[in-house]
Design a protein around this ligand. Structure first.
Ligand code: HEM
Length: 431
């Protein structure tokens, strides 16, 4: 875990108008934090310096991609892309190289391209769309992934000569009890997760990557998220989901490197080689029927979760971070944590020791025709084998919360390791 001292880009670094404005706004106190591993320190350093984290800059290049163990930022724009009909392997390679270059710049608070939003020819469309001009880096991380269909379509077509490169673990997810999936909100050849402390910075990232992809790939679906529903660092306060409960208490944290290595990063024994140091991302758009939930008594809400609503402590006793005692009983002998409580069924002890690194976000996308908010949790988890998610999700088939949940979107992606400076996110896969 490394943190560099503040290093405002010098004139030779291609500093942009946006970079200048951003640095001016923070008195030159921009902070650079080393890569994906820079997580916890980033939060504390940024918090100490600015109180908001908005001046934090995470390295784009490094051993692991940023945006996994990085302290979860407040905002998300997630996008799944499909390659264009007839796109070639060379076009895929050039797209990933162009995306890498743009992502490396945007995460440092720089504009896309050398001439950016306003310094190019007045007779050509600008290289950068401009809405992030003057905004600081805002802790932006951009994380890229490859879906199963990139390797082979559902019809078995190997468009890019990648079928034999597909990791055996990268299967489309099986169907789960209660799934009500919308194909238009599921799947995708490629994914981009943009997280930032400013929604405009996250949206700017996806919009510009989308524009760069024009003719080679197009958006299949995307999701905005506000209010993280997880902590990925012990330095963060546990946030709340739209059921009003603290979410992320028992999550894997960056400060547990041995556990992160065991559960999140693909090891050389697991392979394939090009995935070592990477991970797998599962995305589930989970609609929460909050109008029904809001009519449930407090004690029942707590029983369904298995934790208190205020403090977030387990119903087996203790404060928020007290270990859950699945064997504890009340005076009358009933289990303190109900048989269908969410935290019992998701707990490592009933799932062969599996832990997931959860990194989801709340969403509200307007309302449906019945006047109910289209609200929920955009669940994101990183693990070194999607089968781990499958095990936990199957255990949750008996979850009492299910009465108030509908899984409406689903996707899985291979997240390659990070790349050294000058490399492209597609290098290992396409080598
Ligand atoms: C909208 C849907 C969901 C809601 C509202 C929800 C809510 C919660 C809450 C309140 C907690 C307790 C606090 C914590 O330890 O983080 C929790 C824990 C957890 N949840 Fe969920 N969750 C949802 C979906 C899922 C899904 C889909 C999975 C995985 C398949 C999952 C896996 C877990 C795990 C592994 C824990 C920690 C259990 C432990 O070790 O104590 N959750 N969830």
């Amino acid at each position: 875990m490394t943190a560099s001292p503040p290093t405002p880009p010098g004139p030779d670094d291609g500093i942009s108008r946006r970079g200048l404005l951003g640095l001016a706004a923070v008195g030159g106190a921009g902070l650079v934090v080393g890569g994906a591993a820079g997580g916890a320190l980033a939060a504390s350093v940024a918090g100490a310096a600015s109180g908001s984290g908005s001046t934090t800059r995470y390295d784009f290049y490094g051993g692991h991609q940023a945006g996994i163990t990085t302290p979860a930022q407040d905002r998300l724009h997630f996008a799944a892309f499909d390659l264009a009909d007839g796109a070639t392997r060379d076009e895929l390679a050039s797209l990933l190289a162009d995306w890498t270059d743009a992502a490396a710049r945007m995460t440092q608070g720089l504009e896309v391209g050398e001439t950016g939003a306003v310094d190019g020819s007045p007779y050509a469309p600008p290289e950068d769309t401009g809405e992030a001009l003057g905004l600081p880096p805002s802790g932006l991380t951009i994380t890229f992934g490859f879906g199963p269909t990139l390797f082979e379509t559902a019809e078995g077509v190997d468009r890019f000569g990648l079928a034999d490169r597909r990791p055996p673990a990268l299967e489309p997810l099986p169907r789960f009890t209660g799934d009500a999936l919308d194909p238009a909100r599921s799947g995708g050849d490629l994914c981009v997760q943009a997280c930032a402390d400013d929604p405009q910075v996250a949206v700017h990232a996806i919009r510009n990557l989308s524009r760069i992809a024009f003719g080679r790939a197009s958006l299949r679906w995307s999701q905005l998220g506000f209010g993280r529903t997880s902590s990925t660092s012990t330095s963060q306060v546990t946030p709340r989901n739209l059921f009003g409960f603290k979410d992320g208490t028992a999550n894997l944290k960056a400060e547990e490197p041995a556990e992160v290595a065991e559960h999140v990063w693909v090891s050389s024994e697991q392979g394939p080689d090009w995935m070592v140091g990477g991970s797998y991302l599962v995305a589930r758009r989970i609609r929460m029927i909050i109008e029904s939930w809001d009519r449930v008594q407090l004690a029942e809400q707590e029983d369904l979760v298995g934790r208190t609503k205020g403090e977030g402590g387990p119903l087996s006793g203790g404060t928020e971070f007290a270990p859950i005692d699945l064997d504890a009983t009340d005076a009358d002998g009933t289990p303190a944590i109900a048989a269908d409580a969410h935290v019992r069924l998701a707990h490592p002890d009933v799932n062969g020791g599996i832990r997931l690194l959860r990194r989801g976000y709340n969403f509200v996308d307007g309302n449906d025709e019945l006047g109910r908010l289209d609200a929920g949790l955009f669940f994101l988890s990183f693990q070194n084998d999607p089968a781990r998610f499958v095990t936990v999700q199957r255990s949750l088939a008996r979850d009492g919360l299910n009465e108030y949940l509908r899984h409406v979107g689903s996707a899985v992606f291979a997240i390659p390791a990070g790349v050294p400076e000058g490399g492209s996110i597609g290098d290992a896969l396409l080598a």
